[in-house]
Design a protein. Structure first.
Length: 349
């Protein structure tokens, strides 16, 4: 079967790119031909160009952008054309037997992309099957003026899954639709063959845009633990080493070898769990709901450190993680997620 995937595959974000890779690999492993619909709307391209070229770290971010593009062009099978607007997508209306929408916040009407019916697969012919995998409404708790259009399109899906409770609630309250809650596809992936091991050992890792109190806290923990501090992806003035230009392969390597991880990103938490690292999550307003949802599911609520707690927290107060208990829960969710994907692809959901 020829399967198309529509997601945020072209962005300057490690988690978004790696979730796309993991989903494609999971579908290919079930014997299907996979192709990403190379939809790169102008609004998103302009946003990421501004982030890169208006940054004081322009040279490093430009190198990171090139590394990201190299990765998705070499590891993601792409449609023959890039589509910068909705107008050309009609060419693809019958190219696939099935199209998967997701993962990521593809249904978040409060994102930089606003409401885009493309991510509800409105361009496909009616006989092409449509499913979602781990789609998310992000922090949007209502569909507002787009409710009628979005709900009509969602009701045409053959199977629906989301990755967080907020998205379950939006679908139920706004559209009267039930969905399956599944894991982010990165939990279904095997990243060993694309991971590059760094030439460092005994370091604490920072991944995020931390506030000054958070940066100071992380530095104090690293000093107490006798670790150098490495920041990946974003600058951190308290880090001993900033790695701003690395690609996904190196980014994975820094996570895989870290002694401790400090992050305010959803996928920072996920890859800490995948590589079974001690970690601290600093809640961000746009990330806290979905990340706290995951932490609660895995019994890891104590890894979240609020802004108020940072000022008084001591490293000794953060308990060790019993990953055997975490994986007892996680393995069940992985099986549920794999089962949903198999059934949805085979038309049994």
């Amino acid at each position: 079967m020829k399967v198309g995937i529509l997601t945020y595959h072209h962005v300057e974000n490690y988690g978004a790119l790696l979730q796309a890779y993991a989903l494609s690999e999971a579908i290919k492993n079930q014997g299907h031909e996979v192709e990403f619909i190379d939809y790169q709307p102008y609004r998103a391209i302009i946003y990421y160009l501004k982030q890169t070229y208006l940054s004081p770290h322009f040279a490093a971010y430009a190198a990171k952008s090139r590394a990201m593009k190299r990765f998705f062009r070499s590891h993601l099978p792409l449609s023959p054309k890039v589509y910068y607007s909705r107008s050309g997508l009609q060419e693809l209306r019958r190219r696939y037997d099935l199209v998967v929408c997701g993962s990521d916040e593809v249904w978040n009407i409060k994102s930089i992309r606003k409401f885009d019916p493309t991510y509800f697969l409105d361009f496909l012919d009616s006989d092409v099957r449509k499913i979602s995998y781990a789609a998310s409404f992000g922090r949007a708790s209502t569909l507002g003026n787009y409710r009628e259009t979005a709900c009509k399109l969602v009701q045409e899906f053959d199977a629906i899954s989301v990755r967080d409770r907020n998205s379950l609630q939006v679908l139920h309250q706004e559209c009267g639709e039930q969905a399956t809650k599944v894991l982010d596809p990165t939990f279904l992936g095997d990243f060993r063959k694309i991971t590059t091991t760094p030439s460092l050992d005994k370091y604490a890792l920072v991944y995020g845009r931390l506030t000054k109190p958070q940066r100071d806290y992380v530095k104090s923990v690293a000093v107490q633990l006798g670790l150098i501090l490495v920041s990946v992806g974003h600058p951190c003035d308290t880090a001993d080493k900033n790695c701003l230009s690395i690609g996904p392969e190196e980014w994975l390597g820094y996570f895989s070898c870290a002694s401790h991880v400090f992050t305010d990103f959803y996928h920072g938490v996920i890859f800490s769990i995948i590589f079974q690292k001690p970690f601290v999550f600093f809640g961000r307003k746009d990330k806290v709901n979905k990340t706290n949802d995951l932490l609660a599911d895995l019994g890891l609520e104590d890894r979240a450190l609020s802004q108020q707690a940072v000022a008084t927290a001591e490293p000794q107060q953060m308990p060790e993680i019993d990953y055997s208990a975490v994986y007892q829960r996680l393995d069940k969710s992985i099986l549920t997620s794999q089962h949903y994907l198999t059934e949805a692809l085979n038309g049994k959901s």
